[in-house]
Design a protein around this ligand. Structure first.
Ligand SMILES: NC(=O)c1ccc[n+]([C@@H]2O[C@H](COP(=O)([O-])OP(=O)(O)OC[C@H]3O[C@@H](n4cnc5c(N)ncnc54)[C@H](O)[C@@H]3O)[C@@H](O)[C@H]2O)c1
Ligand SMILES: O=C(O)[C@H](O)COP(=O)(O)O
Length: 595
């Protein structure tokens, strides 16, 4: 593939005004639907012959500066507090929709749009309220505003920390009720106390800076953050268990992902210092709320200050909300004048740009590249992203994900294979599973740099026929510990490798073990004593749990020594099923990875 054809991937498609029509927008967008990697690539050139301005539905309050920007370009319908039914009715007349966290943009909304909806703008960071798969399948771009409310969220986290420590909310309510209970609301000091920041990203690092200013000793847990970045602000990165065991205060700032769902639960509360205090301005789902009530009643947790909840708004009668040691705010982390003006401008610019057919740096399910360019690279793009996902999920700790080395083995001459697209997808695969950031072709290198992630690329020129772009791709992550020791190379890096077979991405090597598994669904890796019956034993456990196996392969360095079994599964096995596999005597280690 000539380098020049790739450069067009990074350019902004020109908007062609068609004089024959009052307005014509061509939005070149080709989405590779990663969840269905084998899905034939679809080229979706959306042509909107517009006799009038596009219509933008603003379904939640948006700052005036953003509304003014939108009105210069489109008809703007501000309709708040719509029911799902009302939203589905209105959306069929709209070209763009802007929401915050309070509107569920479900598959039904995209279906009701009838193909007219071209972009959804999330005026904030988290897009867990938007059905991304449905958006992509319906050719709808999703953009967000990932940075404008960071400081606001951090300030709210500090506000909750300090007001909780001094019982401000409870004391205020009692004074307003005509009481004067000075002895009841004796608080605790912050200076010298230990704050554990769980998730050292944009918000978490800003909270850490402010807590240091309050004289607190700040530690952080974030398996993926570079240690030197934490040290730069006087924060020590520690293990999850160490954070729980030593913190006087715990502040949550990780995204809601399958790995962080209910990460605070009965088991982890039991590991905390008695009397710990919890702050959550991330996502409600990272806490098992019933377990938190139990921990509060048992005195394990002295107080909790919560801005986010698994169901919003929470029930007024919820035991958590009604608990006297809980301070609650209605998801106010981003609710400052300044933050709301910032996200409003950011999202308005992104939505207008998208309607003009421009690639947006804050696109979440970005249009990858025109189909004709991807037609040759499509399976390798999916392979690259999944290898990145595989590698980062194996990280167990260490000094953070700072250095990723990518090796491309190809018989193609260097200038006949532009790897920028593959590089972007590997960055996407490494960052997205551990962050609320969404990586696309436009922002990949910026996002990596922002997180202190260095990507080194190497080529191996192979002999043989150059008909295939690549023989294999290898991804290595250095200076980290691995959840699966067998994934470590002889030189101490996590190493995974893959190739494309018959158009399907295959996982072909982990550490020094050769395997061969189609990269569909999810993956179980086991290292076991190489002996007869292992495939059957593991297969039976999965079968008994109704988990369908898509692929199974065994790699070994020498017979009757050790082997690695790689099992592709269509469904996520339960924790109990995975435990049964781990309990097989011959299984020395295993790990479950979502692709
Ligand atoms: N309450 C609010 O109004 C409000 C406002 C802004 C952001 N948020 C939420 O706060 C969260 C963080 O936002 P951000 O902008 O800082 O995101 P970010 O992506 O910058 O930071 C998230 C950090 O979490 C880390 N992480 C991922 N998995 C982890 C794990 N298992 N354990 C520990 N750390 C882990 C990542 O490495 C990353 O550094 C998001 O969920 C976002 O939606 C809420
Ligand atoms: O993810 C975010 O940006 C915050 O949760 C803010 O959500 P909001 O826009 O509903 O305030």
């Amino acid at each position: 593939m000539a380098a020049s054809s790739i450069s067009s991937l990074l350019s902004t498609p020109n908007l062609k005004k068609n004089p024959s029509l009052s307005w014509k927008v061509s939005m070149p967008s080709a989405f590779t639907s990663f969840p269905q990697q084998t899905r034939k690539l679809e080229k979706m050139f959306v042509v909107m012959a517009m006799d009038a301005k596009p219509t933008v539905l603003v379904a939640e309050k948006l700052g005036a500066a953003g509304l003014d920007l939108l009105k210069e370009f489109a008809n703007v319908d501000c309709s708040y507090n719509l029911t799902q039914e009302e939203l589905c009715t209105k959306i069929s007349l709209c070209d763009a929709l802007i929401v915050r966290s309070g509107t569920k943009v479900s598959r039904e909304v995209f279906e009701s749009s009838g193909g007219r909806l071209k972009v959804v703008g999330r005026a904030g960071v988290g897009i867990d309220n938007v059905d991304l798969s449905a958006a992509t399948e319906h050719g709808c771009l999703v953009v967000n505003a990932p940075t404008a409310n960071t400081v606001a969220a951090a300030e709210h986290g500090i506000a909750l920390l300090t007001s909780m420590a001094r019982n401000v909310a409870q004391a205020d309510a009692s004074v307003k009720a005509g009481k004067w209970l000075r002895n009841k609301y004796v608080g605790v000091s912050l200076v010298g106390k230990t704050l554990a920041v769980m998730g050292f990203g944009k918000v978490g690092s800003e909270v850490a800076r402010r807590a240091k200013g309050l004289g607190m000793h700040v530690i952080a847990h974030d398996p993926y953050a570079p240690a030197d970045r934490a040290r730069a602000v006087g924060v020590e990165l520690v293990s999850f268990d160490e954070a729980l065991a030593t913190a006087d205060f715990i502040s949550l700032h990780m995204p809601l992902t399958p790995a962080t769902s209910k990460v605070l639960n009965d088991e982890t509360f039991a590991k905390m210092k008695k009397g710990v205090r919890i702050i959550n301005v991330a996502r409600g789902g990272v806490i098992d709320e019933e377990a938190l009530v139990r921990a509060l009643n048992a005195g394990i947790v002295a107080q909790a200050a919560l801005d986010v909840f698994t169901v919003e708004p929470p029930s007024k009668d919820s035991p958590l909300i009604q608990h006297e040691n809980v301070t609650a705010t209605p998801h106010l982390g981003a609710s400052t004048m300044e933050a709301q003006e910032g996200v409003a401008i950011e999202i308005a610019e992104a939505v207008v740009g998208a309607l003009k057919g421009e690639l947006a740096a804050t696109a979440v399910n970005a249009p990858m590249v025109p189909a004709e360019v991807l037609s040759e690279l499509a399976p390798y793009v999916v392979l690259a992203e999944k290898l990145g996902r595989l590698a980062v999920q194996l990280v167990a700790g260490g000094s953070g994900v700072k250095s990723v080395k990518v090796t491309y083995a190809s018989a193609r001459a260097p200038d006949d294979l532009d790897t920028r697209l593959l590089r972007a997808m590997i960055i996407k695969g490494v960052i997205e599973p551990i962050s609320s950031v969404f990586v696309n072709l436009v922002n990949a290198d910026f996002t990596a740099k922002q997180r202190g992630l260095r990507i080194a690329e190497e080529r191996i020129l192979l002999d043989g026929s150059p008909e295939n772009p690549l023989e294999y791709i290898q991804v290595q992550i250095a200076n980290v510990e691995s959840k699966f020791a067998s994934a470590m190379s002889d030189s101490g890096e996590i190493k995974v490798e893959g190739m494309v077979k018959d158009g399907i991405p295959h996982f072909t090597k982990v550490g020094s073990f050769e395997v061969d598994v189609s990269m569909e669904g999810s993956l179980i890796l086991c290292r076991q004593v190489d002996q007869p019956g292992m495939i059957g034993t593991v297969g039976s456990i999965l079968g008994d749990s109704n988990v369908n196996v898509s692929f199974m392969s065994v790699g070994r360095v020498a017979p009757r020594k050790h082997a690695v079994m790689a099992i592709g599964v269509d469904d996520q096995p339960s924790k109990e099923t995975l435990k049964k596999i781990g309990d097989i005597p011959a299984i020395e280690e295993f790990v479950y990875l979502k692709l």
